[in-house]
Design a protein around this ligand. Structure first.
Ligand SMILES: COc1nc(N)nc2c1ncn2[C@H]1C[C@H](O)[C@@H](COP(=O)(O)OP(=O)(O)OP(=O)(O)O)O1
Length: 171
């Protein structure tokens, strides 16, 4: 099983709230929009991973204490857990987004997120995360293919879950 993270930086403008998305340039989900993120490295906590991936992919500096746990997502492929993903949001960060070999960053109005160019499951949980809610979700893919070529077949979502213990555990 892969353990991974996603981080969604948010900023308030007079025109509304924007989220920093990336257009992924390589790896799983290449060509689609997502949040900065990636797989945990050995010995790394999920928060440390989210901080590192956000720095590496878009050049923003985030203090792990400023990451708010927003979701836990389980992605199943052909009945087995493929990826467990910790999702964070933050309004506190330093620096200006810059491109990297992995990602092209883009600020997007939260009411204008390009769900048609994202993983199919994202439209089911990301609106809640961007609205400040918490989510636990399970998403099933099938077809004997890589996850980003498999068919999305079913899901189960719980909203308003508590991640208080996860914050204390540095998750
Ligand atoms: C199945 O639906 C998914 N939706 C979303 N929004 N994000 C997903 C989904 N499945 C996986 N992901 C995320 C989890 C990770 O953040 C990335 C995968 O990133 P990658 O495999 O490229 O990991 P890196 O560590 O950045 O890659 P390198 O091995 O190249 O360093 O997708």
């Amino acid at each position: 099983m892969i353990e991974a993270t996603l981080c969604f930086p948010l900023r308030d403008l007079e025109s509304g709230t924007e989220v920093l998305l990336i257009e992924k340039r390589r790896g799983l989900g290449e060509g689609w929009y997502n949040g900065p993120g990636g797989k945990l490295e050995t010995g790394e906590t999920p928060r440390e991973c989210a901080v590192r991936e956000t720095r590496e992919e878009v050049g923003l500096e985030v203090d792990p204490r400023d990451l708010e746990k927003a979701a836990e997502l389980t992605f199943l492929l052909d009945g087995a857990i493929h990826t467990f993903c910790h999702v964070y949001r933050t309004t506190q960060f330093a620096g200006e987004p810059r491109e990297s070999p992995e990602a092209r960053p883009e600020w997007v109005d939260v009411d204008d997120v390009p769900y048609e160019q994202m993983w199919e499951d994202d439209q089911l949980w990301l609106p809640h995360v961007l609205a400040g809610e918490t989510v636990a979700g399970e998403f099933q893919f099938e077809g004997g293919k890589p996850l980003d070529e498999a068919a999305f077949v079913d899901h189960d979502i719980e909203r308003g879950v508590s991640f208080d213990g996860a914050a204390r555990a540095n998750e």
